[in-house]
Design a protein around this ligand. Structure first.
Ligand code: ZN
Length: 243
């Protein structure tokens, strides 16, 4: 699943379509796509893993889910879920979820919860975490209402960097460690962005998909942990469990 930084890259790539009129819409999405014909794209936004195409009175929300993809100025043989043609160029999305959002986006999205948004608010994240009595650290990082944009790779890497065991109970994590977890969720997301752009992201993984802990040279544990049940890679020696 593409994480926040990958959707951020998509937003940068499609900037040439801002202000451009859609001359043709197609796709097998069940929503009324034709209402977008002849409309101009006002801007593109992201909220975590959600990609937002903003029009005058409405917004199209695209979520690439597990297997979604997009093509710019190219198309596949299969029908896109939603595809736009412009006077110059095209933009196609496949295997994704497509929805309309009506009205003001500020009433729908809490921008301060998005780790890559300039409005990101670490204090608010801290307050939300303090409110989660029994939540595990591995679930907290994936909670999009607290860390919008963080996905499984960022989760594994941030827990490893901050030496916090994924099964730690958030309420038991000392405040210093909790703050470094919040800080690193942001720092790592921007490093992810740069590495992804430079095609060197995987090279920088220390824990995700790795077999041996670089700090202790012992095998990582690997399990689907927490309510989110996503793959976790962690070291039982250097990642402290707070329970
Ligand atoms: Zn270790």
């Amino acid at each position: 699943m593409p994480e926040g930084p990958s959707i951020f890259i998509l937003k940068e790539l499609v900037q040439p379509f801002v202000g451009k009129k859609i001359i043709e819409v197609k796709g097998n999405s069940k929503i009324d796509l034709q209402r977008l014909k002849n409309q101009k794209i006002i801007e593109f936004k992201t909220w975590g893993k959600q990609f937002l195409i903003c029009f005058k009175n409405s917004t199209v929300r695209i979520h690439l889910l597990m297997f979604g993809s997009y093509l710019i100025n190219e198309s596949k043989d299969i029908s896109p879920r939603i595809g736009f043609k412009f006077k110059k160029g095209e933009l196609n999305f496949y295997n994704c979820s497509v929805r309309f959002i009506e009205g003001n986006l500020d009433t729908v999205y809490d921008w301060s919860a998005d780790v890559m948004n300039p409005l990101w608010d670490a204090k608010k994240a801290e307050a939300k975490l303090k409110d989660k009595k029994s939540m595990l650290a591995c679930d907290a990082l994936l909670d999009q209402n607290i860390f919008s944009g963080v996905g499984n790779i960022i989760k594994n890497e941030v827990l490893y960097r901050t030496k916090i065991h994924p099964e730690s109970i958030v309420a038991k994590i000392p405040i210093r460690q909790l703050r470094s977890l919040i800080k690193d969720a942001v720092v790592y997301s921007f490093e992810f962005l740069q590495w992804k752009k430079d095609f060197v992201l995987k090279k920088h993984w220390l824990a995700h998909n790795k077999k041996i802990c670089p700090r202790d040279k012992i095998p990582f544990s690997r399990a689907n942990l927490g309510k989110t049940h996503r793959r976790s890679f962690y070291c039982n020696k250097c990642q402290k469990i707070y329970v």
